[in-house]
Ligand binder design. Structure first.
Ligand code: CP
Ligand code: NVA
Length: 301
């Protein structure tokens, strides 16, 4: 019963199988309506709990629709409305939920909450974002890159901006999928030191993106960041905006990605988001296909 907690703790061959399975499931739907089930319904008779302690649009909807397409059922739970938000321990919540559901996806704050849920649940647990990582997002990002450009192995990916949770999962993916990852951002917002083995740093964004096959950014203020830090972060990150000039310094056929939600004209200009190099809508769609494959992997179905 594998959990899906992080990209660096999931075996490399399993990650590759998940991406391949996601691509196969996507193409086999062949444009049918979103509410229609797949030919195969491996989640038939399965109940999936989706727990959110933070807001979500993509994660919530893509998991919910993905489960239904595979013939399963979901319940979407807000952490604040559960006893979890009123003092019941994570361990006890995990034990109880395991008696009702076959799979748990949780979006939470501290990574420790996810790890405890996984330790005490007797069903698989999927990481739907913590303050530290966002592995489902990067599985979709790898899938999206490969859909457009073929194997990501050996390619150059440049992250411009905050060294946050989404970057951390990119760093884990760089090791597992064997691509080169460059971080460009201000030193105070460097990624956590434990990730240093997985990427290189270039402080000058123009120099960083030279030869890039993919340029990525994310919001300058994440859900776990205090609003009081907003102005300081904006000042620190302004020079790392992804705009036409920065994209112009990357390879001519470089792609642009953003996990969304975006703050248009802060971390990325609308010109780039809506421009020909942007694959953000495919990226958002692929959350669903990638997560369907992650769920099949966890359940062994
Ligand atoms: N990218 C992402 O996880 O989006 P949501 O916060 O809308 O789920
Ligand atoms: N870094 C962002 C990602 C949102 C999907 C956050 O944690 O708020």
């Amino acid at each position: 019963m594998p959990h899906f907690l992080d990209i660096h703790t999931t075996p490399q061959s399993d990650l590759r199988s998940i991406i391949d399975s996601a691509a196969a499931m996507k193409s086999s739907r062949n444009g049918r309506p979103k509410g229609a089930q797949d030919d195969e319904t491996p989640l038939k008779d399965h109940m999936v709990a989706l727990i959110f302690e933070k807001p979500s649009t993509r994660t919530r909807v893509s998991f919910d629709v993905g489960v239904r397409q595979m013939g399963g059922q979901t319940m979407v739970l807000s952490g604040a409305d559960m006893q979890l938000g009123h003092g019941e321990t994570i361990a006890d919540t995990a034990r109880v939920l395991s008696r009702y559901v076959d799979l748990i996806m949780i979006r939470t704050f501290e990574e420790q909450t996810l790890l405890e849920m996984a330790e005490y649940a007797s069903v698989p647990v999927i990481n739907g974002l913590t303050d530290r990582t966002h592995p489902c997002q990067i599985m979709a990002d790898v899938m999206t890159f490969e859909e457009h450009r073929g194997p990501i192995k050996g390619k150059k990916v440049v992250w411009s901006g905050d060294g946050n949770n989404v970057f951390a999962s990119f760093a884990h993916a760089a090791k597992q999928f064997e691509f080169d990852l460059v971080f460009t951002g201000p030193e105070p917002l460097d990624p956590e030191p434990a990730l240093r083995a997985f990427y290189t740093t270039a402080r000058n964004p123009r120099e960083a993106v030279e030869g890039a096959d993919l340029v990525v950014t994310d919001t300058w203020v994440s859900m776990h960041d205090p609003q009081s830090a907003r102005e300081r972060r904006h000042n620190q990150l302004r020079g790392y905006q992804v705009n036409a000039a920065l994209m112009g310094a990357a390879k001519d056929d470089a792609l642009f990605m953003h996990c969304l939600p975006a703050h248009r004209d802060d971390e990325v200009t609308s010109e780039v988001m809506d421009g020909p190099q942007s694959v953000i809508w495919d990226e958002a769609e692929n959350r669903m296909h990638a997560q369907k494959a992650v769920m099949r992997y966890c359940l062994g179905v």
